[in-house]
Design a protein around this ligand. Structure first.
Ligand code: GLN
Length: 284
């Protein structure tokens, strides 16, 4: 044997580097990045790790580890993040799809809908998932960021729903005139004062406009609720992701705007995560 390093040795060193940098789950991240650098599926690592590593793999891996140690998110390094069982393209121009947003998907899929609007669509993960799960439905994704819309379009194509999805550059409902039987949004809801407390991955690498309203965290809801309730068809529903402390405020806004049956629903961690309400079905 030559003195070439094995994957196992490189991985151990990388885990130490990431741990020193304060990365929360260094072993998981190092494995993911090693799999990516060596172009091996993660489940095959147990077989390949004892082997000597090719020089180009070693170079790629050490670059990735250095970037991760600077707290760049794994999703940005590998270019994708899984959401509701599918892989989505991710760039620094969009909010990373997060597991708690799957709660909004579950609730939306309990409703009948044919025309859905996603306000602030970002990566498009919500809209694309809803269209993939609800065959035949049509969707519109709005976002103020042209760069985010480019990512959302890529994800619609990636999952074969581009024929049923339209993407519009729009400041909330500003450029959107149609009516819908489902409107969903995961708007920026972190108060400006809370931004300093976020992890470096979020604070330094994710788009600030997707995270905070630069205000009290509730201003996007004021606009979205006021603009979207008139765009709901009879029987239609509005579903909004919220931060865990915002249930009471957002519920009050939704009721004041005329929505009925307004409820707050928890995520899998038991924290308030979605406010939903509906428009009464028109009387015959
Ligand atoms: N859930 C995100 C976070 O806490 C916030 C996303 C948002 O503001 N919509 O990082």
């Amino acid at each position: 044997m030559s003195g070439e390093e094995t994957g196992t040795a490189l991985l151990q060193a990388a885990i130490k580097t990431l741990a020193k940098a304060g990365v929360p789950d260094p072993a998981r991240d190092a494995r993911k990045l090693f799999a990516y650098a060596s172009e091996v599926e993660a489940w095959r690592l147990t077989l390949t790790l004892p082997e000597p590593v090719l020089p180009e793999t070693k170079t790629r891996f050490s670059t990735l580890i250095a970037r991760r140690a600077a707290r760049e998110p794994v999703s940005h390094l590998i270019g994708t993040r899984d959401f509701y069982g599918r892989s989505f393209a991710v760039t620094p121009d969009v909010l990373d799809p997060r597991p708690e947003t799957e709660t909004l998907i579950e609730l939306a899929l309990r409703r009948p809908f044919r025309r859905v609007l996603d306000l602030g669509t970002g990566s498009g993960c919500i809209l694309v998932t809803l269209l993939t799960e609800r065959v035949g439905a049509l969707g519109v994704g709005g976002d103020a960021s042209a760069k985010a819309l480019a990512v959302a379009r890529r994800n619609a194509t990636r999952h074969g729903v581009d024929q049923r999805a339209t993407f519009v550059q729009s400041d909330w409902m500003g450029a959107i005139q149609q009516r819908f039987d489902l409107i969903v949004s995961n708007p920026p809801y972190i108060a400006a004062a809370e931004m300093a407390g976020l992890s470096p991955e979020v604070r330094q690498w994710e788009p600030r406009m997707a995270l905070t309203d630069e205000d009290d965290g509730l201003s996007a809801y004021r606009v979205i609720i006021q603009q979207s309730v008139p765009a709901l068809m009879p029987g239609g529903a509005l579903l909004l992701e919220i931060g865990p402390t915002q249930g009471t405020d957002v519920t009050a806004m939704a009721r004041a705007a005329g929505l009925q049956d307004v409820v707050v629903m928890p995520d899998l961690d038991g924290r308030d995560r979605v406010v939903m309400g509906q428009i009464a079905v028109a009387m015959a």
